[in-house]
Design a protein around this ligand. Structure first.
Ligand code: GTP
Ligand code: MG
Length: 195
């Protein structure tokens, strides 16, 4: 994808009305700190347009990035951050559910999993939830640069087995440091989800 323009067009919190967009949306889900905003920056060729921080729980809204007036990359709030109150967690959960269930333009959901670790119970729940909403999520295994080359296959298998993925589900290893996997993600989005 050649990026000609980007615009953070809509930011939705727990009480917001979700936008009724007329262009395809591609969403990114995953636990807090897994690298969703970093991935979106990499896809947009920007260093820090989508906000990143050392503090998990940074993205507390659903952010819609308009790309080339052609489509949206959608940054979902991260789940599983311990320091957030139960009430807040429930509100974010409802917001994410409302979006996954209600968007008429949502074409695909990518689920991000840290390649270093076994998927958590929250990851498993999120995966099942996305599948139940009728999507066939592609898994992005993030922070690839943190592994030695020789460990990659073992960890990809661990993610596949940990999530009990539907056979044939694609896993794309990715690093926002080296940008490895970026072109494959764009190519997949363009060939599978955009007309
Ligand atoms: P929330 O907004 O809290 O849900 O987090 P997020 O999923 O958007 O994560 P974010 O992109 O803010 O990244 C969290 C931290 O992980 C930051 O310190 C990033 O620099 C770091 N990080 C993200 N991706 C990678 C990666 O591929 N490799 C390495 N080494 N660090 C990464
Ligand atoms: Mg974020």
């Amino acid at each position: 994808m050649i990026i000609r323009s980007i615009n953070l067009e809509t930011v939705c919190g727990i009480t917001s009305v979700l936008p009724d967009n007329d262009k395809p949306e591609i969403a990114f889900a995953g636990k807090s700190n897994v690298g969703k905003s970093s991935l979106i920056n990499a896809l947009m060729n920007r260093k820090s347009y989508a906000r990143i921080s050392q503090t998990p729980g940074k993205t507390q809204t659903i952010n819609f990035y308009n790309i080339n007036e052609e489509m949206y990359l959608v940054d979902l709030p991260g789940y599983g951050y311990a320091k957030v109150s139960e009430k807040e967690k429930a509100q974010w959960g409802k917001l994410i559910e409302r979006y996954l269930h209600g968007s008429s333009q949502l074409r695909a959901v990518f689920l991000l999993i840290d390649i270093r670790h076994e998927p958590s119970s929250n990851d498993k729940m999120m995966y099942r939830w996305i599948v139940e909403q009728g999507f066939a999520p592609v898994i992005i295994a993030t922070k690839l640069d943190k592994l030695k080359r020789s460990q990659i296959q073992k960890h990809v298998k661990m993610v596949r087995e940990g999530l009990d993925l539907v056979p044939g589900t694609k896993i794309i290893p990715f690093s926002s440091v080296t940008k490895q996997g970026r072109d494959e993600i764009w190519e997949f989005v363009e060939t599978e989800y955009l007309d």
